[in-house]
Design a protein around this ligand. Sequence first.
Ligand code: TMP
Length: 210
Amino acid sequence: MSGIFITLEGGDGAGKSTQAEMLGAWFEERGHEVVRTREPGGTRLGSELRRLLLHGGEEIGDVDSRAEALLYAADRAQHVARVVRPALERDAVVVQDRYIDSSLAYQGAGRVLEADDIRRISEWASGGLWPHLTVLLDLDPEAASERRRTRGGTTDRLESEADDFHTAVRESFLALAEADPDRYLVLDATLPPDELNAAILARVAPLVTH
Ligand code: TMP
């Protein structure tokens, strides 16, 4: 496999989609095939899982933490097998919103599941595929919730969790980044989009061999 796999992480409202778009455009201008995708929801099965996980409400009732972790893992297994690996095998660049780190941060933040269990399930689901680079757009949960308010639209189940949940998610992302500085780039999400893009490109350029 010789493609490039880049993931973007951060709380809801940190600006991942904007950065993913700018990064994808940069690669496309250089003649690379770019696959922009996301978890959950990057496959047909995944779209159904995403709908259930984020907007299932009464339809699915009170979802047990283990069941929830396995549904994210099921989404990941299908996505890696059908979208991400095939893309990397044909040398494409995969720019993806959220991956294993989101499971570690969000499912771990509930403090019900062991981090090691979440990691094992995700690694099994993905066949041990880790990104070349993970960009963490770090944002204070209060600023993030303000952004979501001004953005408008509907609020999903996780977005409406209490503030201490979002604080735990943020701390968990920062701890993951600190533990793996070779894979991670942590950026202050309050910086202007152009500056964030420049910082990401500075880190991405050395990954490009052609
Ligand atoms: P988003 O893609 O619109 O940010 O929404 C996805 C939501 O799903 C977000 O709140 C984080 C959550 N999530 C998990 O809890 N675990 C996971 O493994 C992934 C990929 C996402």
